[in-house]
Design a protein. Structure first.
Length: 365
């Protein structure tokens, strides 16, 4: 059983809490992604799970046992590192087989497992080569194969794709997802890359400063961020924030900033009834606007186009809205130029609102 649990786990380095009272359960056969910026505690949490760091407090559970005092080699886990960590003088075959040889597996069983892993990863023709004769993607497959043959309860992956180029990262994401589905084993995956997290995860844990900010399935994390940090960390380009107030006019509650007024949907207005005058931050994702022929009261914005950034099938507009800068995504058929005035309709169903002081969502909390 590949269940993993962190129970009030803390890790301190001197006076700094790298991980602060982490409580989290990873379900058997789940692919859980720890996501966050450098220094958020995600790798430290993974290293504690692997037995490479000792927790300062709390308990770590793998399967049905607390493993705080269990040596890394006895935890029934396999880890894939960012650097691949292959033996340069050994062949691909011997790199994959190394862990099994150290555990005194029978020669026939080692050969069967190595060749089965090589077949799954499509590296059978490479078994006699050394790592320096391989591409980055091939080396990563070898590292995956070395972990696969162990048949562990839990796979741990620490930024495994960060050394690959962009195109190869995309294909390797698909391979890792297929590998997880085929092996039906628990995966805990660390990354700072939101695209990897959204593509791979059954659930995402967003961390900041050693503290969990939100846990949820990818759609929930993206569509219902619990605070401004989570909202800003997912999305390309990042979500736009506009500071303003909730204002009641003619019995209709809306967000106002200067001349901009955005009407709130009736169900949201009802939820926020009585909060007129509250200082808030409106969150608007780049993709949640479309070109409009004329302003729509309470559902559009008009600003000056500072620049246009074509990106193949889309284009990004850098827009000046009364001193605020917005980055918005439109289809390539839109023909704005620098200096134009653009009027864009807002998708009112996809707005986000945060308390200005606490930065917490006032819609999804």
């Amino acid at each position: 059983m590949g269940r993993v649990a962190f129970d009030q786990v803390t890790k301190r380095f001197d006076d700094v809490a790298a991980v602060d009272e982490l409580s989290l359960e990873v379900k058997d056969e789940e692919l859980l992604v720890l996501l966050g910026p450098s220094g958020c505690g995600k790798t430290t949490a993974l290293r504690m799970l692997a037995g490479l760091e000792d927790p300062t407090g709390g308990n770590i559970v793998i399967g049905d046992r607390i493993v705080n005092d269990v040596a890394a080699v006895d935890r029934d886990i396999a880890m894939v590192f960012q650097s691949y960590a292959l033996y340069p003088h050994k062949s691909v075959y011997d790199n994959i087989a190394f862990g099994l040889k150290m555990r005194k597996f029978p020669k026939e069983e080692i050969d069967r497992r190595v060749r089965d892993a090589a077949r799954r990863l499509e590296i059978e023709p490479l078994l006699e080569r050394r790592p320096d004769q391989l591409s980055g993607g091939q080396r990563q497959r070898v590292a995956l194969g070395r972990a696969m043959v162990r048949k562990p309860q839990v796979f741990l992956m620490d930024e495994p794709l960060s050394n690959l180029d962009a195109a190869l990262r995309i294909s390797m994401r698909a391979e890792i997802k297929q590998l997880h589905q085929a092996m039906q084993t628990t995966f805990v995956y660390v990354t700072h890359d939101q695209a990897e997290a959204l593509t791979l995860a059954d659930r995402i844990v967003v961390m900041r400063g050693g503290v969990v900010q939100q846990i949820g399935v990818p759609d929930e994390i993206y569509e219902r961020p619990r605070n401004m940090f989570v909202a800003s960390f997912l999305g390309n380009p990042p979500i736009n924030f506009l500071e303003g107030q909730l204002v009641l006019r003619e019995d209709r509650l809306g967000f106002e900033r200067g001349s901009l007024r955005v009407e709130l949907l009736p169900e949201i207005a009802t939820k926020l009834s009585g909060q007129s005058g509250r200082e808030v931050v409106l969150g608007l994702r780049a993709e949640d606007v479309v070109e409009s022929q004329a302003p729509v009261v309470g559902a559009s914005l008009t600003g000056r186009v500072a620049s246009v950034l074509p990106v193949g099938s889309d284009q990004f507009l850098d827009m000046d809205l009364e001193g605020a800068r917005l980055f918005l995504r439109l289809g390539k058929e839109c023909r704005y130029r620098e200096g134009d005035t653009a009027t864009l309709a807002i998708n009112l169903n996809r707005l986000h609102l945060f308390d200005k002081t606490s930065t917490q969502s006032i819609l999804w909390s």
